[in-house]
Design a protein around this ligand. Structure first.
Ligand SMILES: C[S@@+](CC[C@H](N)C(=O)[O-])C[C@H]1O[C@@H](n2cnc3c(N)ncnc32)[C@H](O)[C@@H]1O
Length: 351
């Protein structure tokens, strides 16, 4: 019998629900902004076959390598890029990959990252306090822990970790500096606030706060969501799975705002914002994993899936059609209708 430990694997969360929300169709074009181990990507490629295409993005070069291996059989229809999704629009323009039928964000970390001994994401393994998704990033968790003033540390632990004992933790961190490893930090937090409280480990919230700060997760998400909308074709789907309330709040507010024609403050007598809806909510209520899924994969327990589809405003349709009409050269005393039709179809991504 072999005693070799099996390598960590990542079980894709809400897989069936994701494929349904994306309405994956043969020949469709999709972007997976958080490739991870390629679980969702593999299912998207299977359901979009024949003719489907997938652009996969991950900030972590290791994830791109692992996903590349897993998706080898689909190498002709995939383009895998080691990049941060904050550059989503630039990536799609560079590779001429737009408009698309669907975009997926499965936020957070994969089990490969959480279970890896050397990355510093988990308070269960002793490692240097790194927490960067990509080795190209400059700031590590150790830099923050060892250089931020106490008030700033307390602020980020409170706002990005929603930790009620942020001041006590920040004070202990400053007293114990330098802190170089995850277990040193765990011990410092335990000394600050005592042992286990309820179901979660006392270090959970501080680790979340540091990871969010190191990787600028919230600002990157806000920016990427806006970019995603502009890359969707008509009725293209935007699907986001989040794992904590800060992410989910951003996704919920974004989708709700983008599905409204006016976002003036309540009570404004006439609309002055000029905002028009670009999305329609697919599921008004958030989708969460079934009990069976949580039992099989406990890491799915906090997952929340929200989905919306792109609608094209009349204004956008008018401008696009006008632009296309002017760009088609009249030939033989008439419009070259098939060319115009083809360009219209491409613009609005109709089959
Ligand atoms: C939950 S995992 C995705 C798992 C994947 N859906 C699967 O089925 O294997 C999240 C992935 O998103 C990546 N990620 C997180 N934030 C990112 C960002 N801003 N840009 C690119 N990738 C990011 C992480 O490196 C991680 O690999």
């Amino acid at each position: 019998m072999s005693l070799r430990a099996s390598p960590p694997t990542h079980v894709p969360v809400l897989l069936q629900e994701t494929i349904e929300a994306l309405a994956v169709q043969p020949g469709g074009r999709y972007i997976d902004c958080t490739l991870g181990a390629g679980g969702h990507a593999a299912a998207i490629l299977e359901h979009s076959s024949p003719g489907g295409q997938l652009l996969g993005i991950d900030a972590d070069p290791e994830a791109v390598k692992v996903a590349g291996e897993r998706l080898k059989a689909h190498s002709g229809s995939t383009l895998l890029i080691n990049e941060n999704f904050v550059n989503l629009q630039a990536i799609c323009i560079k590779y001429d990959f737009h408009p698309v039928h669907g975009i997926l964000f499965d936020l957070g970390l994969s089990s490969l990252q959480l279970d890896s001994n050397g990355r510093g994401f988990s308070f269960r393994h002793d490692a240097s306090l790194d927490m960067r998704l990509s080795p190209d990033q400059e700031v590590t968790a150790a830099d923050i822990v060892n250089t931020f003033p106490e008030t700033e540390l307390a602020y980020l632990i409170k706002t990005c970790g929603e930790e009620g004992f942020s001041h006590q933790i920040a004070r202990h961190i400053v007293q114990k500096r330098p802190i170089r490893t995850t277990l040193q930090l765990v011990r410092t937090i335990e000394q600050a606030i005592g042992g286990r409280r309820g179901k979660i480990h006392p270090a959970t919230k501080t680790f979340q706060a540091l990871r969010i700060t190191v990787n600028r997760e919230l600002e990157h998400l806000e920016s990427a969501l806006k970019q995603a909308v502009s890359l969707l074709g008509f009725e293209g789907k935007l699907v986001v799975i989040s794992y904590h309330s800060l992410e989910d709040r951003i996704v919920k507010q974004f989708m709700h705002q983008e599905s409204k024609d006016c976002i003036c403050p309540p009570g404004t007598p006439t609309c002055v914002c000029g905002h028009t809806a670009s999305l329609r909510l697919i599921n008004k209520k958030v989708i969460t994993p079934s009990l069976a899924e949580v039992q099989l994969n406990p890491r799915s327990r906090s997952a929340k899936l929200r989905a919306a589809e792109r609608i094209i405003t009349y204004d956008e349709q008018y401008k696009t059609i006008e632009k296309l009409c002017f760009s088609v050269k009249p030939k033989d005393n008439g419009w070259r209708k098939p060319t115009l039709l083809k360009r219209l179809q491409r613009a609005f991504l109709t089959p």
